[in-house]
Structure formats: C-alpha cells, structure tokens
Design a protein around this ligand. Structure first.
Ligand SMILES: CC(=O)N[C@H](C=O)[C@@H](O)[C@H](O)[C@H](O)COP(=O)(O)O
Length: 267
C-alpha cells in the first residue's frame, strides 16, 4: 500500500514538475505502466563486484532500501544473489544484469542466453544487456537474445555506447535504451563527463524511452539529463560506491591545494 502511494506521489510530482519545466501538460504516452512508474525519476544502480569492499547481497539490499527511502523510483542490480536480496526489501522496479567475463568477447553485461535465462528465473522488470554490435561470446547474437526475450514477454533495456547502436537496438525491438556504455567502448567518446549529447540526440530521434546512465556524479547533471529528454536517469557510483566518492574528494582536495600553493609561490 505504501509502495503504491509512493508511486502515485511520484507520478503527481513528476507531472507538476514536467509542466513547470516545459510548460506542457504531461501526457502518459507509454502504454506500459512500468514506464510511467519510472518517468523522470532516479534509478539507483546498486552494484559491488567481488573485489569491492561492499561486495555482498546483504549490503546491496541495504543500499537499495536506502535508495528507495531517498526517493529512487527503481534499482539497477547485478547478479542473481543481489537481486534476490533486493527483492526482499523493496518492490521498486528492478533492472537486472549479470556481469560475466568470457574469454572470447569484450561483452560482459548479460552477454549470453545463459545469463538472460538466469535473470528471467529470478524475475526482474527489465533485463539490461550489452547491445553494442561487438561480437558476443560463443558467437551468440544480440538479435536472437532480443527475439527470445520478446517471445517470453520479458522487457529489456539495451545498453549502448553510440547513437548508431541506439538506433539499431530500437530497430530490432528493444523496449528502451540506456547510454550505459558510452565511454566504455573503444570507438565511443572518452569523456570524463556524462554523455549529454548522446542522450539528447537519442531522445530526439527514437520513439522508445532513452535512459541516461554513466558518470552522472552530481544531482544537477541528473536533472539536466531529464531536461534534455531522458525518460529516467540511472546513477550508480556517485551514490553506491564510497571508495570512488572518496577518491573524487581526495583528488579534488590535493589538486586544489597544489594549485593554491603554486599560485601563492608565484605571487
Ligand atoms: C560501464 C559499466 O560497466 N557500467 C555498469 C553497468 O551496469 C555499472 O558499473 C555502472 O555503475 C552503472 O552503469 C552506472 O554508472 P555510474 O556508476 O557511472 O553512475
């Protein structure tokens, strides 16, 4: 009941905000209620790999609960173990992935049918998968994975790194795309900043929802993505990876103090 109220509150707030920002009435343009639930909201990616201090399902479930309390409208999570634990503590929509390295491919986000099936078994609202055109392990094909999920009625999110990949993913029938891999393929722009241009272009050209994801470190950047046309925004490290948050503080402090010292020496 509380979850339901939270969802309705979010939709009402979103509609008000949308009108204030754009001057337009927000119309529910998507048939699927799941897309309304996440519209113009913040999705928090709760992930820690085995070599990270916060690794473990119990910790990830606490992260997800904290995200929900803070106003997140969805959770992105990696592995069956984490997803199971997260589902025990929240009813927010879940974008599930399985990160797995195979020797014969660079693709590691839900690379093969095996991971797709594991995610379908645990049950997630969206399966996110690498939707670049790079070769997949064992010669598996993106098109067959998409067709399989469509046939089973499983919603999916295509993680892409360029506009061309976004357009191709849309053309083969994915439900939505996310800019997750911009900066993480050799041929996409290697920015330190989030890829604002890609989000704006993809949102302008595609008629499926486009989510902004990747290196969004500040609340203002998340809001900017939504104004540029993102359907929702996914933030991970800046909320759930304390070692990286600390690193950014430490570097900024070092850098600023050094700059200051040099300035005072030359003046
Ligand atoms: C490239 C890649 O493997 N991205 C992964 C995808 O699931 C995660 O490690 C990121 O944390 C997630 O995309 C959110 O991005 P950021 O942590 O920058 O807010």
């Amino acid at each position: 009941m509380k979850d339901c109220k939270l969802g309705i509150d979010h939709l009402v707030q979103t509609a008000i905000l949308h009108k204030e920002v754009t001057g337009l009435e927000m119309k529910p343009t998507f048939d699927q209620p799941i897309f309304e639930r996440i519209y113009k909201g913040l999705i928090v990616s709760c992930q820690a790999l085995e070599d990270e201090p916060l690794y473990g399902a119990e910790v990830m479930a606490k992260m997800a609960k904290s995200a929900e309390l803070g106003g997140a409208v969805g959770i992105r999570a990696n592995s069956v173990m984490d997803i199971k634990a997260i589902k025990q503590v929240t009813r927010l929509p879940i974008i599930g992935i399985i990160k797995k390295d195979y020797d014969d491919s660079e693709v590691y986000i839900t690379p093969t049918l095996k991971e797709v099936k594991e995610l379908m078994e645990v049950g997630v609202d969206f399966i996110a998968l690498d939707a670049t055109r790079r070769p997949r392990p064992h010669g598996e094909q993106l098109e067959s994975l998409v067709a399989y999920m469509k046939e089973k009625g499983q919603k999916m999110m295509a993680d892409i790194s360029t506009l061309e990949e976004a357009k191709y993913a849309a053309s083969i029938g994915v439900d939505c795309i996310s800019t997750t891999l911009s900066g993480y393929t050799s041929y996409s722009p290697q920015h330190q900043e989030p890829d604002f241009a890609l989000v704006q272009e993809a949102a302008g050209e595609l008629n499926i929802p486009v989510l902004a994801e990747g290196r969004i470190h500040m609340p203002s950047q998340a809001a900017q993505m939504l104004i540029l046309g993102a359907h929702a925004v996914v933030v991970g490290s800046a909320i759930t990876r304390p070692q990286l948050i600390t690193e950014r503080y430490a570097q900024e402090i070092k850098h600023t103090l050094l700059k200051n010292k040099l300035k005072s020496q030359t003046s």
